[in-house]
Design a protein around this ligand. Structure first.
Ligand code: IDP
Ligand code: MG
Length: 153
């Protein structure tokens, strides 16, 4: 199975939407393999969003990401990286499709509820950025035999 990083951004924490968003991943059948609340810093955001450091909105992106603690999650499942990206929706929530998390919970291109890793390679790098090995758990959900068909995982 793949693992991917999800961050519940301050827009989710401050608006009291953590439970709703976590519930979507649980209902989908994804396994929450790790989860904790942390405060992001300048340094970790410069690393995490290195592809955006030269963009004019980077200072306001950093402020928005440090406005409250965030929840970082390790989410596991077959093809979890692409499944979670599809559930997340387009970056700009105003064009994100209804039914996606951003499409259903946000009006913003910046305060867009969740971060989700965009490739298997980046998921590995990003999970290492936020989790120690012993903070990711390999337990078997009681529902696993009903989540996947034989040989699917
Ligand atoms: P993603 O979150 O959909 O992967 P990225 O391009 O990696 O999108 O951008 C990271 C984050 O930076 C976005 O989720 C959003 O919060 C913010 N961001 C991206 N583009 C803009 C913009 O044009 N204005 C303001 N914030 C932006
Ligand atoms: Mg991205």
């Amino acid at each position: 199975m793949e693992q991917t990083l999800v961050i519940l951004k301050p827009s989710t924490v401050i608006r009291g939407l953590m439970g709703e968003v976590i519930n979507r991943f649980e209902k989908k059948g994804l396994i929450i393999a790790g989860m904790k609340m942390i405060q992001l810093t300048d340094d970790i955001l410069a690393e995490h969003y290195f592809h955006l450091v030269d963009r004019p909105f980077f200072p306001s992106l950093k402020r928005s990401m440090m406005a409250s603690p965030v929840v970082v999650m390790c989410v596991r499942g077959v093809e979890a990286v692409s499944v979670v990206r599809a559930m997340t929706g387009a970056t700009n929530s105003r064009v994100a499709a209804p039914g996606t998390i951003r499409g259903d919970y946000s009006m913003s291109g910046q305060q867009n509820i969740v971060h989700a890793s965009d490739s298997v390679e980046n998921a590995e790098i990003e999970l290492k950025r936020f989790f120690r090995d012993d903070e990711i758990f390999d337990y078997k959900p009681a529902t696993i035999d009903a989540l996947y068909g034989e040989g699917e995982c």
